[in-house]
Design a protein around this ligand. Structure first.
Ligand code: ZN
Length: 54
């Protein structure tokens, strides 16, 4: 567990990024990425809550 368990999620469209960037390349919004704790295991399962932003 030496990896940085964090990711950046766009609050506008919910896109995930491994590192912060000023602009979300998915929706084009600026400064919408916020750091969130990444799930311990990244498998095929989706939906541990949190990424659903209306
Ligand atoms: Zn976005």
């Amino acid at each position: 567990m030496a990896r940085g368990n964090s990711q950046f999620v766009c609050q506008a469209c919910g896109a995930f990024y491994a590192k912060w960037q000023g602009q979300c390349t998915a929706c084009g919004e600026w400064n919408t990425l916020v750091e969130e704790a990444a799930p311990p295991s990244v498998g095929g399962k989706k939906g541990r809550g949190g990424a659903t932003v209306a």
